[in-house]
Design a protein around this ligand. Structure first.
Ligand SMILES: Nc1ncnc2c1ncn2[C@@H]1O[C@H](COP(=O)(O)OP(=O)(O)OP(=O)(O)O)[C@@H](O)[C@H]1O
Ligand SMILES: [Mg+2]
Length: 388
């Protein structure tokens, strides 16, 4: 009836968008990092050239301040200048440890730098010198940056999604509850008027009293439906009730209206006495009715529904199993059948199980799930209701 796939498709689009944004940021930043690496390589080479020039070529009269300035102004590239035997002679932007062996520290650092790049060679007065260097912290920061950005983007989309779905759920709740309240309210007036008419007909001796009896049943049914809508539209009122009796009475009502080829049995485990749990009776009857109707729909005309009622271990919950011999539910669909709008029926609204779940979980703090199902064999829906 309703587009089943719309919501999940929208979710995938949002996730895909987050990934695309994150990945493009990684690719772009990587390109930037690579450019920076090349620039830093070139810069180090220039430093080496300048060193060489200053040491060898520059004549004593020449003003070399501008050149040494270039080297001195480097306040980001870590460099270590060594002689031919790799003995450190000078360094820049290398933070030495406050205590300990400076030389050992520098040697370690040189080894690390060598692993990253070949040193740049230059000559001073006929001897070979080396400049070891590594890339600036800016580059290492830039390297992690896109991953942080990706994380932040995903987190952002996640929060937006949670926020939207929470507000959408709140909205749906309002519509649902409002509609139920309004329906109950609107049905109230004609029902009281029908009840008044019934009293009037009962007193009229000329009126066929068997018809009055039938009419009364229908009006009572209407009254019960109104009670359901009114209960779902107001804060739940729960009273300790005898579950076995309620289930049995709903089944009795349903059986009269079903084909004789569908058999319903109610099996109550009395080992621990009567089965009592806090309930809202009109709403709970709705649950039983919906689950039985679905079970009947799942059969092709004939079959069995076995309802088992009992306590779970330590009597913390009452467990009601609805086991049918219908067409079954494929295992991947156990959760989806509860989604609003999900139906496989021509005339279905896909609302029955949504309503049932709502009544069990929101109004009774219970649980409902598909306990077992096999295609072409049958399904068991399990309802757990807290006993306190
Ligand atoms: N006992 C069952 N056996 C097999 N399939 C089931 C059973 N109960 C529910 N389903 C599947 O779950 C779907 C959703 O059920 P739900 O009661 O929410 O809606 P519906 O029965 O299709 O429509 P309606 O709104 O009239 O109840 C059904 O269309 C059916 O495919
Ligand atoms: Mg249904």
């Amino acid at each position: 009836m309703i587009n089943l796939y719309g919501k999940s498709r929208a979710n995938w689009i949002v996730i895909a968008l987050a990934i695309v944004i994150g990945l493009s940021s990684i690719v772009y930043t990587n390109a930037l990092v690579n450019q920076l690496l090349v620039q830093e390589d070139q810069q180090t080479a220039i430093f080496a050239d300048i060193q060489e020039y200053v040491a060898n070529v520059a004549n004593p009269d020449e003003n070399i301040n501008a050149l040494t300035d270039i080297i001195n102004k480097n306040d980001y590239l870590p460099l270590i200048l060594t002689d031919e035997q790799n003995r450190p002679q000078a360094w820049r932007n290398v933070r030495l440890p406050a205590r300990g062996d400076t030389l050992a520290f520098l040697r370690k650092r040189i080894a690390r730098m060598r692993a990253e790049h070949q040193p740049i060679e230059f000559e001073v007065a006929g001897t070979r010198n080396l400049i070891y260097y590594e890339h600036s912290t800016l580059v290492s920061q830039l390297r992690v940056y896109p991953y942080i950005q990706l994380g932040v983007t995903i987190l952002f989309f996640f929060f937006v999604y949670v926020l939207f779905s929470a507000s959408r759920k709140a909205e749906q709740n309002k519509v649902w509850v409002g509609l139920a309240k309004e329906t109950a309210h609107q049905l109230g007036t004609p029902i009281s008027s029908l009840l008044a008419w019934l009293e009037y007909f009962k007193l009229d001796e000329n009126f066929d009293q068997s018809i009055v009896g039938e009419l009364e049943k229908d009006v009572k049914r209407l009254e019960m439906i109104t009670a359901r809508f009114s209960s779902i539209g107001s804060p739940p009122v729960l009273k300790p009730e005898n579950l076995g009796e309620i289930v049995a009475s709903v089944v009795e009502y349903l059986e009269k209206r079903l084909s004789t080829k569908v058999k319903i049995s109610v099996n109550i485990n009395h080992d621990f006495g009567e089965i009592i749990a806090p309930l809202n009776q009109p709403l709970f009857e709705w649950v039983v009715e919906n689950l039985c109707k679905n079970a009947v729909d799942a059969m092709s005309g004939a079959g069995r529904i076995d309802i088992g009622v009992g306590y779970t271990k330590e009597a913390r919950f009452v467990q009601i199993d609805f086991k049918d011999t219908g067409k079954g539910i494929p295992s991947g669909m156990f959760k989806r059948v509860f989604q609003p709008g999900f139906t496989t029926k021509k005339r279905g609204w896909g609302l029955g199980l949504t309503l049932v779940k709502r009544i069990v979980e929101n109004y009774h703090q219970g649980k409902i799930f598909v306990a077992e199902s096999r295609v072409d064999v049958g399904t068991t829906f399990r309802v757990l209701l807290p006993t306190e």
